[in-house]
Design a protein around this ligand. Sequence first.
Ligand SMILES: Nc1ncnc2c1ncn2[C@@H]1O[C@H](COP(=O)(O)OP(=O)(O)OP(=O)(O)O)[C@@H](O)[C@H]1O
Ligand SMILES: Nc1ncnc2c1ncn2[C@@H]1O[C@H](COP(=O)(O)OP(=O)(O)OP(=O)(O)O)[C@@H](O)[C@H]1O
Ligand SMILES: [Mg+2]
Ligand SMILES: [Mg+2]
Lengths: 250, 250
Amino acid sequence: MIYSVANQKGGVGKTTTAVNLGAAYALLGKKVLVVDLDQQCNATVAFGLEKQDSPTTYEVLSGEVTLSEAAKPAGPENVWMVPASRDLAGAVVELPRLESPNFRLREQLGSVDTEFDAVFFDCPPALGPITVNALVSSDRVIVPVQAEYLALEGLVDFLTTLSTVRREMNPTLELAGVLVTMHDERTRLAQDVERELRDHFSETVFRTVIPRTVRVAEAPSYGIPVTDYSPSSRGSEAYLALAEEVLARG
Amino acid sequence: MIYSVANQKGGVGKTTTAVNLGAAYALLGKKVLVVDLDQQCNATVAFGLEKQDSPTTYEVLSGEVTLSEAAKPAGPENVWMVPASRDLAGAVVELPRLESPNFRLREQLGSVDTEFDAVFFDCPPALGPITVNALVSSDRVIVPVQAEYLALEGLVDFLTTLSTVRREMNPTLELAGVLVTMHDERTRLAQDVERELRDHFSETVFRTVIPRTVRVAEAPSYGIPVTDYSPSSRGSEAYLALAEEVLARG
Ligand SMILES: Nc1ncnc2c1ncn2[C@@H]1O[C@H](COP(=O)(O)OP(=O)(O)OP(=O)(O)O)[C@@H](O)[C@H]1O
Ligand SMILES: Nc1ncnc2c1ncn2[C@@H]1O[C@H](COP(=O)(O)OP(=O)(O)OP(=O)(O)O)[C@@H](O)[C@H]1O
Ligand SMILES: [Mg+2]
Ligand SMILES: [Mg+2]
């Protein structure tokens, strides 16, 4: 099963979710691949790997290697990853000029679907060609939304884009769910946003809510997921509960 | 003086800074223009204006109107704005195909430099053609950085891009400063990141630090800046102090 973790709003927890949900899946005994599609290389750094360390997703999108050929161990047991590179900034301009620009990644998947139980794409904060490539190559989409007003604003637009991609390019694409992240239960704002999300989007919002906790924000500076950095913390437990909920949704 | 508020990292407080620094400047008696260059239209929404309400920055970039012709009152006294539109998503692909794609905005400034004391561009979370257009049209750049590890990671890359734009396209462009945002003084992580920033970048980091406060996050849901929503809050006072510091740097 291939998941895109996507939302054009910046800083909503896409990278944090791809990395920690991937690591939580591995703790449940699954073999997992995390793919960094963002020129910022944040998922690569969050696993302690070097940016630009070829082959990267840039070489995959340019057709030089398949995704399965580019996979390398990420550190935690059962977790593999494909790093990103700053060259992805060029791909945003180069991709639209190629033959069938939206299917480049889909044509380069290789055997990831049989080799891994789950693949998680970490998407950049944009609705550009790279995110579209990820959506076209995926079975499911997870949409992290910060429990804040501005993140709520853009969600409807994003979900509209999603149904356009499904209709025109990938009919089997489904929304796995909307994930409330960085939820600070002390503030009324977070509670209001969560209630509004559940009123609007009801069942599609995951029951699991990821709390704002400093352990989650500290883990990337050590190059390990929060499930390794602080296994009994609220953040780690929330991502484990999310892994079970995502698995159950199938 | 024209300022770009830019950083390719998502969710670091670009929109919040463009809107609230703009409003704080106006409280100091300056006439201010805030320009929303992000397809998410967050700055437009934060002032309570309608998205897609023509003319927008999309019509400016496509050469139909100048920036000064598109300016409209934002609500608070002395604050004007140019709204954004979802069509900007198309501009990312269309701009590179035009004649001198990086100078479109610069050619469409009109008389904003004489009509306004300060212009603030709210940039999208990317190093794409729209952010480059903003940097090419600006005198100064303000780079908000969340007091978190992943935001620190990408800063060096962003500053490298800045010097490339200065060298190749806009020799008068200068870094006004790096702004520490969403600083939670309760966490060691924020203190560590702030210390690391001041060690690496010393004088370029503004003395003013914007604290993480819920009033700042609530204000956009009412369509007004924090300086109107909660004038005596820590967030509002921090943005007023920042306005004085930016003015003093010239
Ligand atoms: N549950 C959480 N608790 C505390 N901090 C968090 C949490 N989730 C994410 N963060 C922090 O918030 C910041 C934004 O998260 P992250 O970088 O994962 O978002 P993103 O959507 O991937 O951003 P971008 O749009 O730049 O790709 C990071 O510094 C991260 O460490
Ligand atoms: N000082 C602060 N205290 C509390 N919340 C804040 C503060 N600054 C920004 N925020 C909140 O953090 C979130 C991210 O801020 P904002 O949207 O301004 O960042 P951005 O860099 O413009 O994001 P994008 O990359 O999507 O354009 C928003 O929900 C905003 O309300
Ligand atoms: Mg990310
Ligand atoms: Mg913004």
